[in-house]
Design a protein around this ligand. Structure first.
Ligand code: AGP
Length: 599
């Protein structure tokens, strides 16, 4: 995700733009930039890091402009640096473009444009748009028509805004899959990825739809489709207060990010074709030699790693050792040289994980990292990196990163098994086809949120909760307990279902909530008998299943090794609603940090 902001009107907009970028920092904050019109022509300023660094430049430059576009970046192509930050310009620096999304055919466009003599300076997909407009202007003098012709050549997802020095006072914008909204003021228009950017100035919002292309001047905003047919779009009156609006209308970032999961997994899965070299950057010849995996992580990422152990062992029949990084880094074992080391980390900055990674590298192991922050320390220290594309995760409690990590690890397990010949192409294709339906299945699972809220209301006054799971769902029980613990501060513990009878059942009190994950599969009946054992001792049982089961919350059916991605969602919601009902500070729980960069 990135944040786009634009203004076209009669005021000096420097402050308006910076304020808008600050409101959108939750969409990305590794660098920021602005293109603005001033009497001398088009100027571009960029700064790495938070928006405040750009604000300093804008103040030093004493920017006075009535028409500008700006951007705060969450890197998807190319590491965070000034060269890769937006806006991007054409060869003559007369056109500036900002973009949110992924242009899937940027490589072929870049090759075509380079052959025509265009010079590129960044690693980004966005830069090609500025050169496409420049190229179109050689034939078509009208900026809007040239912009439209450039947009016609794009494949993928985009929210775009562009300005052209020789067409002052005009902003062109286009929207496909990534959000873009226009704020209608009096004699002025605003443009943004999300409403909070301009809500202090107007609450009249026009939400662009896929395929819309807009021409924005201070007096008018005209919207057309790609064929140039004028479109009529509703002017909505936004009733949110600015604080709520920053969370997209949700009460907390955590619940917003739980509901972001369909898009987050869709964006992540879109970068995981059924081709191990394309998806993981690892040649099949290297994959064939892997004899086992060490997977190391912390907290929620550790739970994703632990679930992946079951998936890899089941499909690829390879041994997998999973350990928390804080323990792994002190192990003085003789590493198996033909095993692959895998580090999983949302932030890419967790000190324990980084320490474990460097130990593994020193021992001569190859390392794959699975991270959410492009260009962060852990990927830069790894031999191979695959990113989850779930956008910035603001809430301390990790949710969308977890399901995206599970998706990446599941894809890796299947590709490993297929390339090593442990599963046939027919089986691989069938499993991959099911895997690709995950975003819709998550969407469907989220439709039960109200039912989970009702269950939370029945149990939220309890002070102790037990979570049970087996096989690939046992780590989901641990994750459910962690989610509840870290935002409600209540006692919550996860156990392997088969372990409950070896001691923990002693703590089951009458009315104690026990949340059990019981997917259809080899251990379903055994989990149900564990449920009967705890029910017989008075537990308040909540079952999460993908097959009709008494008193169960039902999630869509998938094989039991993919079930964790769906089974965790009711647990995320339960933790959220219980904590909210107890009045907890959800997004910033006491004692916790989003990224633990100390050992
Ligand atoms: C998860 O909700 C916690 N915030 C925490 O356990 C986190 O998962 C852990 O610190 C690892 O962080 P990372 O994924 O950024 O490495």
């Amino acid at each position: 995700m990135c944040g786009i902001v634009g203004y076209n009107g009669t005021k000096n907009c420097a402050g308006i733009i910076i304020e808008g970028l600050n409101k959108l920092e939750y969409r990305g904050y590794d660098s920021a930039g602005i293109a603005f019109e001033e009497p001398s022509g088009l100027e571009v300023l960029k700064a790495v890091g938070r928006v405040c660094n750009l604000e300093k430049l804008v103040k030093e430059h004493k920017v006075k402009s009535k028409c500008a576009i700006a951007h705060t970046r969450w890197a998807t192509h190319g590491k965070p640096c000034e060269l890769n930050s937006h806006p991007h310009t054409d060869c003559n620096k007369e056109i500036a473009v900002v973009h949110n999304g992924i242009i899937e055919n940027f490589a072929e466009l870049k090759t075509k444009l380079s052959k025509k003599g265009h010079k590129f300076y960044s690693e980004t997909d966005t830069e090609v748009v500025a050169h496409l407009i420049e190229d179109a202007l050689k034939k078509e003098k009208d900026f809007f028509k040239a912009f439209t012709s450039a947009v016609k050549q794009l494949k993928g997802a985009y929210a775009l805004a562009a300005v052209y020095e020789k067409s002052p006072g005009v902003i062109c914008a286009a929207k496909k899959q990534s959000p873009l909204v226009i704020g209608q003021g009096k004699g002025e228009y605003f443009l943004a990825s999300d409403v909070p950017a301009f809500l202090n100035h107007t609450n009249k919002a026009i939400f662009l739809e896929d395929g819309d292309i807009a021409q924005i001047t201070p007096q008018a905003c005209n919207i057309y489709n790609i064929e140039g047919v004028k479109q009529k779009r509703k002017v909505n009156t936004i009733k949110w207060n600015p604080a709520t609006a920053q969370k997209g209308g949700y009460k907390h970032f955590m619940i917003k990010e739980i509901f972001d999961q369909p898009q987050a997994t869709k964006d992540t899965i879109s970068t995981l074709p059924p081709d191990v070299k394309k998806a993981f950057g690892i040649a099949p010849a290297v994959i064939k030699k892997i004899k086992g995996l060490y997977i190391v992580a912390c907290g929620t990422a550790y739970h994703a790693a632990l679930s992946a152990k079951y998936v890899v062992e089941h499909f690829a029949k390879l041994p997998v050792e999973v350990e928390t990084a804080s323990e792994f880094k002190y192990r003085s074992i003789n590493f198996q040289k033909d095993w692959l080391f895998v580090a999983v980390s949302q932030s890419g900055e967790t000190a324990d994980t980084l320490a474990a990674l460097s130990n593994a590298k020193k021992a001569g192991l190859k390392a794959l990292s699975i991270c959410n922050v492009i260009g962060s320390t852990i990927p830069r220290a790894s031999d191979y990196t695959v990113y989850t594309h779930c956008g910035p995760e603001i809430s301390v409690a990790s949710t969308k990163a977890f399901t995206s990590q599970l998706a990446v690890l599941y894809s890796f397990a299947l590709q490993l098994a297929f390339v090593q010949g442990t599963i046939t192409k027919t089986v691989f294709d069938k499993l991959y086809k099911e895997f690709l339906t995950l975003p819709q299945l998550i969407e469907k699972t989220l439709k039960d949120a109200e039912e989970i809220k009702r269950l939370a209301r029945k149990v939220y006054k309890n002070n102790s909760y037990i979570f049970l799971g087996r096989n690939a769902s046992f780590p989901v029980a641990l994750e459910g307990a962690l989610k509840l613990k870290e935002i409600s501060y209540l006692h919550a513990e996860g156990f392997a279902g088969g372990e409950i009878k070896h001691g923990p059942i002693a703590i089951i009190d009458k009315g104690m909530p026990v949340i059990a994950l019981a997917p259809k599969g080899g251990l379903y009946e055994k989990m149900i008998s564990s449920c009967q054992e705890v029910s017989a001792r008075g537990a308040k049982l909540i079952v999460i299943s993908n097959t009709p089961t008494k008193n169960a919350v039902l999630v869509p059916y998938t094989n039991e090794y993919l079930f964790p991605v769906l089974g965790v969602i009711p647990l995320q919601l339960l933790a959220y609603y219980i904590s909210d009902m107890r009045g907890r500070e959800i997004d910033r729980p006491r004692n916790l940090a989003k990224s633990v960069t100390v050992e």
